[in-house]
Design a protein. Structure first.
Length: 518
């Protein structure tokens, strides 16, 4: 047994030593057990990919909850009581928890003792109250303190300057602020400031029926409408013991893979635009529009919103002609398939033998960094991280998922992996649609009470939802979106990059502010 696996067993053993409040899901720890658990999260020296990662933190004003995942994609929740509004921070041992601790402080006012970073993330001083999700929010009086960035501007006769990008750029990109400390023509350090897209969606779910909350879940972030609704519905079904309608699983997988194709095409079009490759950008934009029209014709919504519902699928999905319509986009008769053509065009313009090989060796993400953030998706798999939840999700044909191929972790690998995943997703849709039966009608469940977690492999990584339901009404919910982890990874990735590469590195992550700020 490797040291990493042994450490994983110890960390989860500490978590499971607490009192099990929800079978095999959530465990209550006392202060000593929480402290032992926090220390067990530390990655042993030389272990590489961390054994257990923190995917999210949230509070309910009396307790703090931590969602964690091990290297086998097993998830569990650790709960600890707040002591006078405080708790021992996890970030000294699990750095990926730092941004979550900042969010918990903004929303609930819970103080993370010994935290790496206590600065606000969501709260920009514009809210009428402080700690809006606390039991007793505090009215805001006076102006908020000026935000301090982590690193000072590099000066000292070196030509240093601070380059600010966003939050409003006039371009179709996330409302977020990037501050890059630059010396000469290279980035010395980079830091994101989020919160501009925060809409309080999770707080608004309290008191909603599961159907109403599912609609809201699908609007949490762009590029993950199906993934968020699927994960939310799986959480509801796990909480209530609700068996989905017959035939729903493959249809959910089909919708998820169509979303993957459209999201990758959108990200590729944006990257080609940044790289000043207008023909390729227009090619991907046309293909994305064609898939959006296909989704509208077969599912009733161009962006597949509200297709997945608790207990099954929305009525009206039409399988007839789906494969033929997709083939008309990706495999025109008498020609090479579209993905093969796209690969050739990209290779000709940006491959190693081209005049411009800019994407290669730029924005390198190391495998252990992706693993520490539990990011998965294109960012993780292009760095060699073998993390894909689809292999264990109902409805998918796992044998059609390609093994990890790209390991460079750079912009070039992220572009090439997106092209590969478009081809894989098309094969998955074709195989599933050939055997899919019309999904049965959703069978309503009585007003039950329960707590559960659900996951999905979104186009940009792991999406997870936790829900607590009482008498059929959502009492509390939490969502983990991969974009928040991507932003954290991007900070270290940009260090040392040339200034002119900032835009392409950012675009290659495809991170969305809506999901990160939720």
């Amino acid at each position: 047994m490797s040291s990493a696996i042994a450490r994983s067993s110890n960390a989860l053993a500490v978590l499971r030593s607490g009192r099990m409040e929800v079978p095999h899901l959530r465990y209550r720890l006392d202060e000593a057990e929480w402290a032992a658990f926090a220390r067990a999260l530390e990655t042993p020296a030389g272990a590489g990919t961390p054994p257990v990662v923190v995917l999210g933190l949230w509070s309910d004003t009396t307790d703090l909850h931590a969602l964690v995942m091990d290297q086998y994609a097993t998830m569990a929740i650790a709960t600890v009581a707040l002591q006078n509004g405080r708790y021992l921070a996890l970030s000294p041992w699990a750095p990926e928890a730092a941004v979550h601790e900042r969010i918990v402080g903004d929303l609930w006012g819970a103080e993370a003792m010994e935290a790496r970073d206590t600065r606000p993330w969501l709260d920009h001083g514009a809210w009428p109250v402080i700690w809006p999700c606390a039991a007793r929010p505090v009215p805001r009086t006076g102006a908020a303190e000026a935000f301090e960035f982590r690193e000072p501007v590099p000066l000292g006769g070196k030509g240093g300057e601070a380059l600010l990008i966003g939050p409003v750029t006039g371009r179709p990109e996330a409302p977020a602020l990037l501050r890059a400390g630059v010396i000469g023509r290279h980035v010395r350090h980079a830091e994101w400031r989020g919160g501009y897209a925060h809409a309080g969606l999770l707080a608004r779910m309290g008191g909603m029926s599961v159907g109403e909350a599912a609609r809201l879940a699908g609007r949490l972030g762009s590029g993950g409408w199906v993934a968020h609704q699927s994960a939310f519905c799986r959480a509801v079904e796990a909480a209530l013991g609700w068996v989905p309608a017959a035939g729903a699983a493959p249809w959910r997988a089909i919708a998820g893979e169509l979303e993957r194709i459209m999201t990758h095409l959108h990200d590729l079009a944006r990257m080609m635009s940044v790289l000043d490759a207008p023909f390729l950008a227009a090619t991907f934009e046309r293909a994305q529009e064609a898939f959006a029209a296909l989704c509208g014709a077969h599912f009733g919504h161009r962006r597949l919103m509200d297709v997945v519902q608790p207990g099954g699928l929305a009525p009206g999905a039409v399988v007839e002609g789906l494969v033929d319509d997709m083939a008309a986009i990706l495999a025109p008769s008498g020609r090479d398939d579209a993905v093969t053509q796209w690969r050739a065009l990209y290779e000709r313009q940006f491959g190693p033998r081209s005049a411009c090989s800019l994407p290669a060796a730029l924005g390198v993400v190391r495998r252990e960094v992706a693993g520490r953030a539990g990011t998965g998706g294109v960012v993780g798999r292009s760095a060699g991280l073998d993390l894909d939840l689809r292999v264990a999700l109902a409805g998918y044909r796992a044998e059609l998922l390609s093994p990890v191929r790209w390991t460079a972790g750079d912009v070039d690998a992220r572009i090439r992996l997106r092209l590969d995943e478009i081809a894989d997703a098309a094969r998955q849709v074709g195989a599933l649609a050939a055997d899919a039966l019309p999904p049965s009608a959703v069978t309503p469940v009585s007003e039950r009470t329960g707590e559960g977690i659900g996951v999905a492999e979104g186009p940009r990584g792991i999406v997870a939802w936790w829900v607590q339901i009482r008498d059929g009404v959502v009492q509390a919910a939490y969502a983990r979106d991969p974009d928040l982890a991507s932003w954290s990874i991007m900070e270290t990735t940009l260090e040392g990059a040339p200034v002119e590469a900032l835009d392409i590195v950012r675009a290659s992550f495809g991170a969305d502010a809506g999901g990160a700020d939720r």
